[in-house]
Write a protein that binds this ligand. Structure first.
Ligand code: NAD
Ligand code: UFG
Length: 330
């Protein structure tokens, strides 16, 4: 298939492109570089031997997007392009609603105009809100706690209504849990601007000595050791899930959790990082972070049954690859 990957130079998009190329798909990238670097294109070429076509455009720009569809016979799209910082979304709600919703609406409109049936969307476990894990795709969604999460819930609804109105349009809504790790080459990984908000990139920077110590947000949750529990998934496993999803997609709205089905606490993750990489990660316990929930992990059975996909890499590979990338690049 010829697949348009929006946000393809970002963290998850770049890893997915490698897996698409490995599976003999042709890739076209659309990215405005708002949260990524053009060098990723060369790294993709180093890893795969192929340099995909790249368009530096904003996906909210209907005219520029239409040109891509005019000039290429596209079979499917994977829509990663979006802003993703929970904290920033609280201070810049309009930017988040505009970018994340308008990109999804414009892209689906152009897909329908050009008869492109397959649309895979990056959603998030955040759409479940605070309810007991394991989280299943058929659970009712609960109110999200921030504008970022709301853009994901709204995008899911917009795409569902669009499928209901267009028999020839099909969507896969992929709800990611906590993507971490990096490509085993150490060439690609997560390189957030400024001080990281997420746990794994923060831990990597502390291990490297670029940040003094990690603050653990709360040790009084009802979990195995009081710290928050999440379903960390290696980004390469996540990438492989996208290949399976787009290859299988043929009609309707298809929702899949992409997680491992296992929860890991903050302390367990830090201890694994220190042990596997033989480095020290100083930390202190501080108060809870507003908006955090105690536990969030997937029921991952549906993706295994229907997509024949299952996460294969464990916490050891995640902390090893995250550290390798940090040492080589950031
Ligand atoms: P990322 O920021 O690394 O990648 C997103 C890419 O999209 C970047 O390269 C950015 O430049 C590009 N982009 C953003 N807005 C654009 C626009 N309007 N036009 C063109 N390009 C645009 O993020 P990521 O971690 O790779 O996440 C990819 C997707 O997965 C996002 O939609 C994100 O919300 C979703 N997601 C991520 C996580 C996570 O923890 N990383 C969890 C759940 C869902
Ligand atoms: N944590 C710390 N210290 C830190 C950072 C995080 O203790 O410096 C803890 C958090 O309290 C939480 C766990 O580490 O218990 C994971 O936190 P992250 O910020 O890495 O991830 P979240 O689960 O809060 O959120 C992530 C993405 C969201 C996405 C969600 C579900 O950031 O975009 O997973 O997919 F919606």
């Amino acid at each position: 298939m010829k697949i348009l990957v929006t946000g393809g130079l970002g963290f998850i998009g770049s890893h997915t492109i490698i897996e698409l190329i490995k599976n003999n798909h042709e890739v076209i990238i659309a990215d405005n570089l708002i949260n990524s670097k053009i060098e990723v294109l060369d790294k993709l070429c180093q890893i795969t031997g192929i340099k995909p076509a790249f368009y530096q455009i904003d996906v909210t720009d209907e005219e520029k997007l239409t040109e891509i569809f005019e000039n290429n016979k596209i079979d499917g799209v994977i829509h990663f392009a979006g802003l993703k910082s929970v904290g920033e979304s609280v201070s810049k709600p309009l930017e988040y609603y505009y970018n994340n919703l308008v990109s999804t609406m414009v892209l689906s409109k152009v897909c329908i105009k050009y008869g492109v049936q397959k649309f895979v969307f990056s959603s998030s476990a955040t759409v479940y809100g605070d309810q007991p894990s394991p989280l299943r795709e058929d659970m009712e969604l609960k109110k999200t706690t921030n504008p970022y999460g709301e853009t994901k819930a709204m995008s899911e609804r917009i795409l569902t209504d669009t499928v209901n109105a267009n028999k020839d349009f099909a969507v896969s809504l992929l709800r990611y849990f906590n993507p971490v790790g990096a490509h085993e080459s150490g060439l690609l990984g997560e390189d957030p601007n400024g001080i990281p908000n997420n746990l794994m990139p923060f831990v990597s920077k502390v291990a490297k000595g670029q940040l003094k110590k990690l603050s653990i947000f709360g040790d009084d949750y009802e979990t195995v050791d009081g710290t928050g529990v999440r379903d960390y998934i290696h980004v390469v496993d996540l990438a492989k899930g996208h290949v399976k999803a787009i290859e299988k997609l043929d009609s309707g709205v298809n929702i899949y959790n992409l997680g491992t089905g296992r929860g890991t606490s903050v302390l367990e993750l830090i201890n694994a990082f220190m042990k596997v990489n033989a480095v020290d990660v100083p930390y202190e316990i501080v108060g809870r972070r507003p908006g955090d929930i105690a536990t969030c992990y997937a029921d991952a059975d549906k993706a295994e049954k229907e997509l024949n996909w299952k996460a294969e890499l464990g916490i050891e590979e995640m902390v090893r690859d995250a550290w390798k990338f940090e040492q080589q690049n950031v």
